[in-house]
Design a protein around this ligand. Sequence first.
Ligand SMILES: C[S@@+](CC[C@H](N)C(=O)[O-])C[C@H]1O[C@@H](n2cnc3c(N)ncnc32)[C@H](O)[C@@H]1O
Ligand SMILES: [Zn+2]
Length: 177
Amino acid sequence: MPATKPKKNIEGRTDLYSVRNSSIQGKGVFAKKRIRKGTRLIEYRGERIPVGEADERYEDDENKTHHHTFLFSVDERTVIDAAVNGNNARWINHSCDPNCEAVEEEGRIWIEAKKNIQPGQELSYNYQLDREGRFEKKFWQLYECRCGASNCRKIMLARPKPPKRKKTTKNRVVKKK
Ligand SMILES: C[S@@+](CC[C@H](N)C(=O)[O-])C[C@H]1O[C@@H](n2cnc3c(N)ncnc32)[C@H](O)[C@@H]1O
Ligand SMILES: [Zn+2]
């Protein structure tokens, strides 16, 4: 019999987490066991596409009341679209007081515990969503944060940066490391 290659576990530490409905939004990822600070849990996987292609794929929808994205921005050129070939990392919600962080290593994104996490706690990281262009009033509804943390900023967008000199034409939302 030909030797079969062991399957790579793209879902990471499934011994430590499970996916179920979240009170924050939709599905979420929860600790099954105590997770120690520094534990690498899962890679944020999906199709790697150029920024321009992500812009074309996901144009603004004026009818949407709550923004939803599976995109993660790796750098200024590349975006991971977890809607295509994504793994369980795409279910991890945002929190303003996160217990995990996204770590970039040679162009790959890993989700790691930044605190000790107790069984049953929901895993989260700060999306630092970056919206190019003017910070409009409607964003408070569109990007409303429901993380429930005592320091919740009530919005998933990162604080607006001072305007760059570089000209941009699109209002793109990306998740940053
Ligand atoms: C990568 S998905 C996370 C999984 C999501 N709960 C689901 O079931 O698809 C990211 C989206 O989840 C929602 N989300 C994540 N964290 C949130 C939060 N703190 N408050 C409100 N919505 C959140 C937003 O719609 C966001 O664009
Ligand atoms: Zn919040």
